[in-house]
Ligand binder design. Structure first.
Ligand code: PEP
Ligand code: MG
Length: 608
């Protein structure tokens, strides 16, 4: 790339809005940066006249992007257009997948003994003596230079990220890697690195990103380990509740090897990486003032009620022990019963299917007890570049091989979902524009290739083909005729395939009787249906619809009463604890939920 072409090429830019309630925080920023670094063009992000390099985590985090902020991403150089498209796409996906950490509601439990109040990191009960965190520094011989130690640490974090990629917390390793990489230019010696981390950490005190300090400490410790400075943590042999100011994210894995019953930390937040990993490990934990514990006595850590009972009475201990056993029983029940079918108390069988996006999520769904796939979101299958026909057939075949009952949705692009290889016109209101089934008109070649691949992969299976965003009977009939013509063109027998629609557009509610004559099934997409019923964009940063509104249930009732073909629900509502009893009462017999919600959804059904 010559100097002149970089210098004179026209920059391209776009505006991006932070929709996640968590803001644009370290983990998504690290993923964004790791993609940005693959491009040779200059990439900057700007907000309110401040412009930063978007290829470094620290500089990008320096914009302090919060929910609702609209910033400008600008790319300048040879591959600028590609970079802009792919980063816009990645950004949208990151925002969509960035689930906000739920604040766990505190239960109201009365104890007789003295107690200290706290905040819940990870719920559960622990009864044990407290143990104050201790560590020992050891110095070993190391022949590595600082630069080698630095590179080894980066490689180690990259390897940890790859190794844990299937795990939802893998992003923590990538975040630490990018954080360390961003310090490279200024750190030529260990002393430089220490000074730099000290300075950056001091700036974070009292800020929203304060929890990042433990990530800095963690990466510094990793580099130091390669230089021979190790920290050995000491733990008792018997069960204990660990008290510490804070723990480093890398120390949490170690806890699963010792007899830790619970953890109480003083200086962390429920959003920190340490907290995320504690929840992932299922260790009952609270944030509380650890300086209030002077003796190493037996205490009750009740991370349901968010208290530590420091002087438990006999009654308190009995009560906590009972709850602890109930929790254990519940955990075993939910996980061992996940492969059993779900029946209500009256003996009605309810099918619990999974919403999946690719082969890995199909495997997870199978392991979690799904009875089939209720929604294969094919637009997430090939996110980066246009797949060949063969690649599509291969992916569908693999996914179809895990289950007998499969519903595959044709590409649902547009609105909140973008694909880099499908160019859609810039629209004022993309949620009301070209999306879902409307792509049959605008991109017939892409739809033809997809349907052809699904037909080939389906072989003799009775796969269900579902069209998204349908708003009229004609639209469905035209798409079905299109599919039949493709089958004819390639001489594939599709007589076993079923064709149905997602109910997401309110007009369909008034057309059910007509649809009954043409479709084989319905699936209610409550995510979009709710957005269109209330005219509130599902990704809106400040407006929120009430997904439990009686209007939503009235609509489902109406569909259930009028439909003469099977109806399932595949929107988020299907996994909502409060909604499940009502949905079953309205006659819904199939729910399709994310893999992680399958066991719990089945358990909810058993209580109805
Ligand atoms: C829905 O709209 O409820 C749905 C399940 O589809 P998606 O969330 O993929 O738009
Ligand atoms: Mg939808």
């Amino acid at each position: 790339m010559g100097f002149f072409s970089t210098f004179f090429s026209k920059p391209v830019s776009t505006n991006l809005t932070v929709t996640s309630g968590n803001g644009f925080h370290l983990r998504p920023v690290a993923q964004f940066v790791s993609v940005a670094k693959k491009y040779s063009c200059e990439i900057t992000a700007s907000l309110n006249n401040k412009s930063v390099n978007a290829k470094g985590v620290n500089s990008l985090l320096g914009l302090s992007l919060e929910q609702g902020n609209r910033f400008t991403l600008t790319c300048k150089g040879k591959d600028a257009q590609d970079a802009l498209e792919s980063l816009t796409n990645i950004f949208d996906t990151l925002m969509q997948n960035d689930t906000e950490i739920e604040v766990i509601e505190k239960e109201d439990t009365h104890y007789e003994g003295d107690f200290i109040k706290g905040d819940i990191i990870s719920s559960g009960i622990a009864i044990a003596s407290v143990y104050h965190y201790k560590e020992e520094s050891i110095q070993k011989e190391s022949h590595l230079s600082f630069e080698e130690a630095f590179t080894n640490s980066l490689d180690e974090l990259e390897a940890l990220y790859t190794q844990h990629k299937e795990n939802k917390n893998a992003g923590i390793y990538l975040a630490q890697k990018e954080l360390l990489a961003s310090l490279k230019t200024e750190a030529l010696t260990l002393q430089d690195l220490e000074n730099q981390i000290e300075r950056l950490s001091a700036q974070l005190i009292g800020s929203k990103l304060e929890a990042k300090i433990s990530d800095y400490k963690d990466i510094l410790q990793r580099v130091k380990k390669h230089l021979g400075f190790e920290v050995k943590t000491l733990f008792p042999n018997e069960a204990f509740i660990l008290l510490a100011d804070d723990l480093l994210p890398s120390q949490i894995e170690r806890l699963s090897e010792v007899s830790v019953a619970g953890v109480i930390l003083k200086n962390t937040s429920i959003n920190s990486h340490t907290a995320i990993l504690l929840r992932g490990a299922g260790i009952s934990s609270l944030i509380a003032d650890t300086s209030l514990f002077d003796k190493d006595d037996k205490v009750i850590l009740d991370a349901h009620a968010a208290v530590v009972v420091t002087t438990p009475s006999q009654n308190d201990l009995k009560k906590a022990e009972k709850r602890l056993q109930e929790d254990k029983k519940q955990k075993v029940l939910v996980s061992t019963k996940r492969f059993n079918s779900a029946q209500t108390k009256k003996g009605e069988s309810i099918k619990v299917l999974a919403n999946v996006t690719d082969e890995n999520s199909a495997i997870t769904a199978k392991e979690e007890g799904a009875e089939g796939i209720g929604l294969l979101r094919t637009e997430f299958l090939f996110k980066e570049e246009k797949p060949s026909f063969e690649m599509q057939v291969d992916s569908y075949e693999k996914i179809f091989s895990y289950f007998g009952d499969i519903t595959v949705r044709t590409l649902d692009v547009g609105g909140d979902k973008a694909l880099p290889y499908i160019n859609l016109p810039k629209e004022e209101n993309p949620f009301l524009g070209i999306r879902g089934i409307r792509l049959f008109k605008t991109h017939p070649e892409i739809m033809e290739e997809q349907l052809h691949a699904i037909f080939v992969a389906a072989k003799n299976r009775s796969v269900k083909i579902m069209f998204p965003m349908v708003s009229s009977v004609e639209e469905f009939s035209e798409a079905k005729t299109f599919a039949q013509e493709i089958a004819k063109k390639y001489q594939i027998d599709i007589s076993k395939l079923l064709f149905g629609i997602m109910i997401e557009v309110p007009s369909v509610l008034f057309l059910i009787k007509s649809f009954n004559t043409v479709v084989d099934f319905y699936s209610i997409g409550t995510n979009d249906l709710t957005q269109y019923l209330f005219a509130i964009e599902r990704t809106h940063t400040t407006l929120k619809t009430d997904e439990l509104s009686p209007v939503v249930f009235d609509v489902i009732k109406m569909i259930s009463l009028q439909a003469t073909k099977p109806v399932s629900i595949c929107g988020e509502l299907a996994a909502n604890k409060k909604a499940i009893p009502k949905l079953l009462e309205l006659g819904i017999e199939t729910l399709s939920v994310s893999a992680k919600s399958i066991a719990q959804t089945k358990e909810e059904i058993r209580h109805v």
